[in-house]
Design a protein around this ligand. Sequence first.
Ligand SMILES: Nc1ncnc2c1ncn2[C@@H]1O[C@H](COP(=O)(O)OP(=O)(O)OP(=O)(O)O)[C@@H](O)[C@H]1O
Length: 586
Amino acid sequence: MSGTGSHTDREEDYRFLHSMLMEKKLHLLFKIHERLKHFERRGPVPVQERAARLASDLARDLIYQGWRDEVKELVALLNKPFFKSLLSVHDAVAQRDFDPTLPPIPDGVLDEEEDSVKIVSLVKTKEPLGATVRRDESTGAIVVARIMRGGAADKSGLIHEGDELKEVNGVSVERRKPKEILPLLAQSQGDIKFKIIPASHKEEMSTNKKLFVRALFHYDPKEDPSVPCKDVAVAFNRGDVLQIVSTEDDTWWQACHVRDGSSRAGLIPSQQLQERRVALQRPKALFKPRVEPPVREDVDYGAISGIHIAGLRRSFRLGRKSSWASDATRSRRWSAGVQGSVCPPTYIEVMPFHRSREDRQRLVVMVGPSGVGVNELKRRLLISDPDRYGVTVPHTTREKRRQESEGVDYHFVSVHTFEEAILNHRFIDYGRHKGHYYGTSLDSVHQVMAEGKVCLLDVHPSKLKHVYTSEFKPYVVFVKPPRIEELRLTRRRAKFICDEEDTNPVRIFSEEDFEDMIDLAEVMEKQYGHLFDKVIVNGDIAAVFRELKADLEEIAEADIQWIPAEWSCSSPTKARRSCGYLTGWI
Ligand SMILES: Nc1ncnc2c1ncn2[C@@H]1O[C@H](COP(=O)(O)OP(=O)(O)OP(=O)(O)O)[C@@H](O)[C@H]1O
């Protein structure tokens, strides 16, 4: 207190300072501080790296040592959560060296002729080094092939792509194969010393434009024998959004997941590599020359019926049923609706979309083979929340029936009006049935959306291109059949509505229906899979409905959604055209 005189004029200040400095807790803190300082000087090394394990073994063994007071006290102490936490923190610190002292460069390491040689010492933690090596075919030298962004090597800033590796921990790597070098790295603990000749070229410039893609396939490096280094590869699922950080290499790109906000990039198969792989796997059926069927009137309109299901009009899906009607038409299903280009499922460029409250809801398009349950799911959504979901009202040129109302069952229009709308590209899907036109117009979609509802539309995926624009921002759900065993189990009581021409329009599913449904789903996924935002397997209807509903609610609420980059085109026509040719493929 003697030194405080000049700072404390007033009596109360003096008393306050006095009581604070005399506080017992403060003195304990000083003591701890001094102890820490003392240990710091000694540079302690852990005697034991697995103290927590030792303590738990000890507590277990002590039980057999007779139940004396000291034993009881020790067991109680070892079992205290605070003590256990303390030991586990100790172990975490002991196992990772946070404050390494790098060894001095050994004498004689620098050969006279290699004046550009660089010695790099890195501390190896549990984190992978984040670099791969390759053998230069012309010189036989081992060079650093890739440095993963955010990895240990990258963060050190000391190793660069193209650097020639001469030694690892004093062991020469000359005339070795890359795979022989990996054990050298794996064996080393603590510091790893590299002797390298720095690459002469400068690091290539990095572009500022961020590139995001949605993966259209599932990738697990553990199952990929050709990945250069499994530890630095990135696993992903279909639908994951990835940020591409490097496309320098033709075969292996570098990317990181957007969802976890991690900046550490890893290897993913490039688009080129994945396309090659897909081409090798593609079933022969897809290479069959396409025989376009002669256009026959009335053949495509099995699904048009206007039948009411629980007060809801049946969906207006043209062409979904045709391929089921007869053997002749079944053979056509391999070619029907395949006008769109066949795109291998690799990556699609996406961009973030920030939906504001004023923006309209995205259009929800549901696709799937006939009979899979698209209508059933739509019906359940509508019933669950009629204020939120709505469906389109189709147009027709046929006469209005007595029980029907204009604008509810159909928009009844003249042939002239209908044909004019066709010429003006106002239909997403249209056709003729028994001499009458039927169609789903773009305006009917607008109408539902203008009411502030989520418009549920089901069309053949080949018609998706009409709404695949920034105007509608469709969220495409593919309803997929489960395996045949599950179909047999779940569809025992289901009624399949077949072609209207059929003498018995409603019947139970046959084994052939199931097989067709699965085959058709497979073809649809291959042809249009790149357009699907969500794939839902319709097994247990209650669970599937819950999943779909939750998913659609999430989409409606999400701050950021990932939409195809091609929708950023200012003109809708341009966007539609670009969709047709799928320039979004990178
Ligand atoms: N997961 C399911 N479990 C049991 N029955 C189902 C399931 N999904 C759909 N169904 C039933 O299967 C039948 C056909 O379903 P739905 O009419 O929804 O098919 P769809 O895909 O709309 O086909 P279409 O285009 O031919 O009308 C209906 O009786 C429906 O109740």
